[in-house]
Design a protein around this ligand. Structure first.
Ligand code: DLL
Length: 437
């Protein structure tokens, strides 16, 4: 095990009662900021909350209604902006359940805070300014690239902002600059290993020690596989765009659950059916409140991710509670090579096309280490008897329309009417054949 290093020992080891008090104080400010937004003003007033001082106890906190992805979409684009627009220095976005993205806004202070939490996350895995950090996550609207980039720089690591893809170049960069830490989705690292072998790289070409893996669900077996293949330590990192992406919950050198940074977030576990909070240790849906984001506060956000708090204290000495590896989601969101895709987005695109019949099927498979998305659609009978060039033309149009909405290019198959299976009861629209191995 790596040496235990703190970035800010006092905060990281603050006893739980003091952490709770700190959260209470910061929550008042978050509610105050939220009340400045049209969305929360109405939402909180409707729940009888008119002033931040109304929220004193845990029972008061629980009166705050949950916020959902649907709410963020309804408030698009600026309904949840709490700061003066002139003070916003950054936005990030991720796909929503329909074509409308969910957007977050950060002021300079918010960005500094997020960078600091990312620096803390890197430090708690034992990384230091002597490390060379290659960031293989996508840069852009996605939080995965830029947020950890800022944190790694803040810690003083040398950052190689390689971004995602172009695997041969990634390997060459890793070799030339003696990269010690990489940040990527687990599926990408497995894919990269195959390319590494194909291209004839040898283990001694690299100086890799660690990988930060996240943005998509993966099992303990996948972590172990990555560790064994590369001979490194792999650390799980969890986050979501709505909560600033990575730097929210990160594994320490003990590699047994991710510390949720409780000086900046309030985490709750609820029963996704009854919506009642569950006691520590029970598995349910994670609900998060971000305590320090002036640009855009979000209170009691339903992440849809299923997990639990590990009640036992962590041997590293940090008091911030650990979240267990995510075991699934309480909605139907698919994560395909790290990209979030809702079946409803796909349905919306294909149902707009008059040439397409009523039946369609979404299939997700593993192709090598990566995920493959195939959308099968039935087209109208007349089309099938027409020129096959028309069919190809439609197939490509469906493909590019889908890509514009879900950000990845699916394979599209056209089928004759009646060719796709029809289920007796609830339609089965998604077949996810990915197996964890
Ligand atoms: O995936 C942020 C991120 C980037 C996290 C880089 C870690 C590393 P979104 O695109 O908004 O943000 O997707 C968030 O991805 O609600 C989970 O369902 C899933 N997810 C993220 N990290 C993990 C993980 C980023 N470590 C959604 N394990 C979340 C399982 C994860 N699922």
């Amino acid at each position: 095990m790596e040496k235990i290093v703190f970035r800010h020992q006092e905060i990281e080891t603050l006893p739980q009662p003091q952490l709770k008090e700190l959260q209470r104080q910061k929550l008042q400010k978050a509610v105050e900021a939220a009340l400045k937004t049209p969305f929360y003003k109405k939402r909180l007033n409707d729940a009888g909350i008119r002033d931040a001082r109304d929220i004193q106890t845990e029972a008061d906190f629980r009166k705050i209604p949950y916020t959902t992805k649907h709410d963020l979409r309804e408030a698009f684009p600026y309904g949840m902006l709490a700061a003066d627009k002139a003070d916003v220095v950054r936005m990030h976005a991720s796909s929503g359940t329909t074509g409308i993205p969910t957007v977050v806004y950060l002021t300079q202070a918010d960005l500094d805070k997020a960078a600091e939490l990312n620096a803390r996350s890197c430090a708690c895995t034992g990384s230091t300014k002597n490390d060379v950090f290659q960031n293989m996550m996508t840069y852009g609207l996605f939080t995965g690239g830029l947020m950890l980039h800022y944190g790694a720089e803040r810690l003083g690591m040398m950052v190689i902002p390689s971004g995602s893809g172009n695997t041969k170049r990634q390997l060459q960069l890793m070799k030339d600059f003696r990269t010690t830490v990489v940040h990527a989705t687990p599926s990408y690292l497995l894919h990269m290993y195959d390319v590494m072998k194909e291209e004839g790289f040898r283990p001694e070409d690299f100086a890799l020690k660690k990988a930060y893996i996240g943005a998509e669900p993966h099992s303990e077996d996948i972590r172990k596989k990555i560790e064994t293949l590369y001979g490194i330590d792999a650390y799980n990192s969890y986050g979501l765009s709505e909560m600033n992406g990575p730097g929210l919950a990160f594994e320490c050198v003990c590699k047994n659950g991710m510390h949720l940074w409780e000086d900046s977030y309030i985490g709750e576990i609820i029963d996704p059916q009854t919506l009642e909070p569950l006691p520590d240790g029970e598995r349910g849906e994670l609900v998060l409140t971000i305590l320090e984001r002036n640009g855009m506060p979000i209170l009691r956000y339903r992440t849809r991710d299923l997990t639990r708090f590990i009640p036992e204290p962590c041997p590293c000495g940090r008091t911030h509670r650990r979240l267990e590896r995510m075991t699934g989601r309480s909605d139907d969101m698919l994560i395909i090579n790290g990209v979030n895709v809702f079946p409803s987005q796909i349905e919306e695109v294909i149902m707009k096309m008059p040439e397409i019949g009523n039946n369609y099927l979404i299939r997700v498979q593993k192709q090598g280490s990566l995920d493959k998305l195939t959308v099968k659609v039935e087209v109208t009978a007349s089309l099938f008897s027409d020129d096959s060039r028309d069919l190809e033309h439609i197939r490509r149009r469906i493909q590019s329309d889908l890509q514009a909405v879900v950000f990845i290019r699916p394979a599209v198959e056209l089928h004759e009417p009646g060719a796709l299976p029809v289920s007796q009861g609830k339609a089965v629209r998604v077949i996810d054949e990915r197996k964890e191995s």
